[in-house]
Design a protein around this ligand. Structure first.
Ligand SMILES: Cc1cc2nc3c(=O)[nH]c(=O)nc-3n(C[C@H](O)[C@H](O)[C@H](O)COP(=O)(O)OP(=O)(O)OC[C@H]3O[C@@H](n4cnc5c(N)ncnc54)[C@H](O)[C@@H]3O)c2cc1C
Length: 333
């Protein structure tokens, strides 16, 4: 059995590895622009009272298991510093250094026998043996199953995906090094994320809306300071928001929080991120499309993906294991 996985961010990559563990042939297709949400993420691994409940209580152990199997992926414990308000805030089990992860993944995937196709997928169609995918270079690939793990690029390939799947634009400022006064293993986060509240009201928006959650995370030897999030009412990706305006809004929020940091900011980066407005990601078979699977819409991918990827891989490969029963029920397989 051959599986085509579209999207080489966190979701597609960890799923591809799990499918290889089950002995399946896997082709991973990624547009190769480097513009994944994963690349610019803080990588914080939160333990939260999410609807995924008990299942997601183990992300730290999952990252440790993955490192035992594959070697260093950037997992580390971290010092959490919360600001703003006296609510309890998120519980963070650790973080994954996303710069290290993104450098490691292509090497690891190739070593594990995943075929890597550095082209964007432009169309997918059912075929007599499963699914056919057309690449931007004109080539076609055939597989028995196809997984949409392309984050904000999923809906362009299959517009009938659930309207729960939405897109935000996220922006961060890059710093050359961790600035003075900020610990080199410290994750600075707001005690209340406005992004999550904005995501929850996405379906009710009349026009675009944006929020800034001041936060800072190490990123290799460098650091990322964020984050501005912009959400529009429509489901389609649309054009990116004006970068200069987004950057100015983010800088203004940082100036109010810590004016000493301004001189450390280098470039502004923004990227499209998929999320689901009710929190639960899209994981499982795509309705009315046999052999087509979805693995997208993660608001906290670093907690959710490592736990859900093995369950989805079991479902795709037809394996049934008792331990994953709760997960299968959850994802509807
Ligand atoms: C600033 C910021 C901070 C964050 N902080 C955290 C955090 O602390 N903790 C946490 O858990 N989450 C965090 N997140 C969210 C987290 O990054 C995402 O949940 C996660 O990275 C989603 O991974 P993904 O693989 O679904 O999507 P992506 O990483 O976006 O990957 C999708 C991939 O699909 C590819 N693609 C798209 N369309 C096509 C196509 N047509 N053909 C081929 N390839 C295609 C893209 O190139 C991309 O590589 C943060 C996000 C941002 C932006």
């Amino acid at each position: 059995m051959k599986v085509l996985v579209v999207g080489g961010g966190l979701a597609g990559s960890l799923l591809a590895l799990e499918l290889r563990q089950r002995g399946l042939a896997v082709a991973l297709i990624d547009g190769g622009t480097g513009q994944s949400a994963t690349a610019w993420s803080y990588g914080g691994v939160a333990i939260a009272a999410t609807p995924l409940g008990q299942l997601l209580a183990t992300p730290a152990q999952r990252w440790q298991q993955l490192e035992q199997r594959y070697g260093p992926l950037g997992w580390r414990s971290c010092d959490l510093k919360l600001h703003g308000g006296d609510s309890q805030g998120p519980v963070i089990a650790g973080r994954v250094d996303t710069r290290q992860l993104m450098a490691r993944l292509p090497v690891l995937l190739a070593a594990e026998g995943v075929e890597l196709w550095p082209w964007a997928a432009v169309a997918i169609t059912p075929s007599t043996t499963g699914w056919q995918l057309r690449l931007a270079n004109g080539e076609t690939l055939d597989g028995n199953a196809l997984v949409l793990a392309a984050g904000a690029g999923c809906r362009a390939l299959w517009p009938e995906l659930s309207p729960r799947l939405r897109i935000s634009w996220a922006g961060v400022l890059q710093l050359a090094a961790i600035p003075p006064g900020y610990g080199d293993n410290q994750l600075l986060l707001p005690s209340q994320f406005q992004r999550l509240a904005l995501e929850r009201r996405a379906a009710d928006l009349d026009g675009e809306d944006w929020v800034v959650d001041v936060g800072l995370a190490p990123w290799g030897e460098a650091a990322l300071a964020g984050q501005i999030s912009l959400v529009r009412p429509q489901l389609e990706l649309g054009s990116p928001p004006e970068a200069a305006l987004m950057e100015a809004r983010l800088r203004a929020a940082w100036r109010a929080f810590d004016p000493t940091l301004e001189r450390h900011f280098l470039t502004y980066q923004q990227v499209a991120v998929s999320f689901c407005d009710q929190g639960l990601p899209l994981v499982g078979p795509v309705p009315k499309a046999p052999g087509l699977w979805q693995f997208s819409g993660f608001s906290g991918g670093f907690s959710q993906v490592p736990v859900l990827a093995p369950i989805l891989a079991d479902a795709i490969s037809g394996e049934v294991t008792g331990g994953a029963a709760m997960g299968r029920e959850l994802i509807g397989v």
